[in-house]
Design a protein around this ligand. Structure first.
Ligand code: NAD
Length: 337
């Protein structure tokens, strides 16, 4: 199929060109995001492939439909950036990559925990400047700490296995109990109980209308003073201003985020020569007990290979059958919102 790839970096082109040797789709890579300004580039492409920071609203979907697009292939698991009602209306199918490397994201969440706890980010800078003082670098044993996992699907379960390996006690919150987690001794509790009892809380649920700002001032007020909060899922799960207020008061003792609610204007680009205009984001960076990474949790070579292979297989399957096992069942997804 003729596929327009938007928002591509060198690593995308490399992994997709390699995987396409099998599939032989006709691929054109664009560096630009898919937006109101660039949507005309997609005219004549039956398939458009996008990443998480390409927002598909009704207007863009309508233009894509008029240009002949029948399929949107997401290079991601999450689909909160697509207006599913409009996609349904304009008869555009949406396929995604439900799992590419849950290990990558779970391991990154663990990396944030270890770095924040043992202050590796601060120690790195100190030692490079010849400062070998360990004042202020005091950590705590993860062994025996209580870890609350919100969303115990694929990534949450692997994250739970990792934390179990450190000797942590596991609490879970999810409508569905995962047998992998139950075998680790995870206790499923209410959200309030998880907030009240956890030393570390890690978010592994999708962003939906229901979970938007799941972590707000009211939720933080229920948590242990000095809690460690980790978000490798989606930025919109945390009310950033509430997190900043709680960091200032000490209610949040550590914050590790790979995602940020306004990340679309920042992440994946080199802005090192520019003045960043987002004051909320800049305030976050001033805290010594905050680590921000730029949506890199997924970024392992295994994950990139899996994303490329699954995306191209999704397109092939749609081309051959008119449907795809990884298609988002739009009616169902809308109903669950
Ligand atoms: P999954 O579908 O396997 O698991 C998600 C779990 O969350 C499910 O068990 C579901 O029942 C549960 N859930 C849904 N709504 C919830 C809510 N309001 N409260 C608690 N639990 C809820 O998904 P996954 O593969 O484990 O991925 C989890 C999330 O990780 C994705 O939604 C995506 O946003 C994020 N992600 C981030 C990166 C990254 O690079 N940072 C990469 C991939 C995925």
């Amino acid at each position: 199929m003729k596929v327009a790839f938007f928002n591509t970096k060198s690593y995308d082109r490399q992994s997709f060109n390699s995987a396409n040797e099998q599939h032989q789709h006709e691929i054109i890579f664009f560096e630009s995001h898919l937006s109101h300004e660039t949507v005309s580039l997609a005219v004549g492409f039956s398939t458009v492939c996008i990443f998480i920071n390409d927002y598909l609203d009704a207007e863009i979907l309508e233009k894509l439909a008029h240009g002949g697009t029948k399929l949107i292939a997401l290079r991601s698991a999450g689909f909160n950036h697509v207006d599913l009602v409009a996609a349904n209306k304009f008869e555009i199918a949406i396929v995604r990559v439900p799992a590419y490397s849950p290990f990558a994201v779970a391991e990154h969440a663990a990396a944030l925990i270890l770095s924040l706890n043992r202050k590796v980010h601060r120690a790195y800078n100190r030692v490079r400047e010849g400062n070998f003082s360990i004042e202020g670098l005091l950590g705590f044993d993860l062994h025996g700490a209580t870890v609350g996992v919100i969303g115990t699907g694929r990534i949450g379960a692997i994250f739970s296995q990792i934390m179990y390996g450190f000797g942590c006690k596991l609490l879970g919150y999810d409508a569905y109990q995962n047998t992998v987690c139950l075998k680790l001794g995870m206790e499923y509790v209410s959200m309030s109980e998880l907030f009240a009892k956890s030393d570390i809380i890690s978010l592994h649920c999708p962003l939906t209308a229901e979970s938007h700002h799941l972590i707000n001032a009211e939720a933080i007020a229920q948590m242990k003073h000095g809690v460690m909060l980790i978000n490798t899922s989606r930025g919109g799960l945390i009310d950033t201003q509430a997190a900043i207020d709680s960091l200032k008061s000490g209610a949040i003792g550590y914050l590790g985020i790979d995602v940020y609610e306004q990340e679309a204007d920042l992440f994946f680009e080199d802005l090192s020569s520019q003045v960043i205009q987002d004051d909320t984001f800049q305030r976050l960076l001033t805290f010594p007990n905050v680590i921000v990474t730029g949506h890199q949790a997924f970024f392992t070579s295994e994950a990139l290979a899996n994303i490329a292979e699954t995306t191209l297989s999704n397109i092939s399957e749609f081309e051959q059958t008119g449907d795809c096992a990884n298609a988002i069942k739009i009616d169902k997804a809308i109903a669950s919102k």
